[in-house]
Design a protein around this ligand. Sequence first.
Ligand SMILES: [Zn+2]
Length: 298
Amino acid sequence: MILTRRRFLAAASALALPGRIWAGTEIDLGQGRKVLSLSDGHLELPPAFIFGDMPEAERKAILTAHGIDPAGPLVAPCNVTLLRDGTNTVLFDVGAGPDFQPSAGDLADALAAAGVAPEDVTHVLFTHGHPDHLWGVLDDFDEPAFPEARYLMGGTEAQYWSDPATADSIGAARAAFAAGAKRRLDALGDLVEPLAPGDSPLPGISAVATHGHTPGHLSFDLDGLMVLGDCIGNGHVSFDQPQALLGADQAPEEAAETRAKLMADLAASGLPVLGFHLPGGGIGQVVQDGDAYRFAPS
Ligand SMILES: [Zn+2]
């Protein structure tokens, strides 16, 4: 894999949005395939949402060590992956849209700055059905935001969020997640095609089971570049303590097992990753650091 990389900055004048500059990070995968990390903005989350029941002193120590104010809110960048191979224009997740948090939902502008029109997108591959990944799928008229695209989601994941019983079983803190996901999947209807782990929806892309954050969470292996989604969901505690049971994960034990195995594999291989909530555009490598790991942005 060729890891030439360049920053691209699209001037605000091109967007008629004075004062705004959109940044992305690009990786050249070779053979005409390019991956761009686009910012959908960021989320602001209460620390307990990420850390769950971890004792406050422990949580504070981790955040302080990473230069983050432990009083919160935690700022989680949102990096949407775009793959272009000359024929296909593929999005991995679609950001939050306008209805989740005011600091997120910027993907449409980021795409415009990259010269991609909504109708240019040929495939949307979802890692999972959480709001910051799925809710941008409908436009202001509740029509699919990418009118020419095929939409693919893990079959287990799509079934989970389409099931009316999920709103009752998911717990009060995420009840709105369930309602929002179901509304959007219902609107897409038959447009959503199920994926299974191991499936290759396009040449050079394979779906990898990384369950635990959600029941059917998938990551995508792009010939060595791993589009993680949220199975490694932050740049701090996930690396410091991959085995920790985190509040951000719907099945914390399964998520911790997935994360620990993936960390070990990625550190051993040195292959690059693109993480939805990892810092600096989300592209980098997992590096072994004693008993733990750290994220080394490219
Ligand atoms: Zn997320």
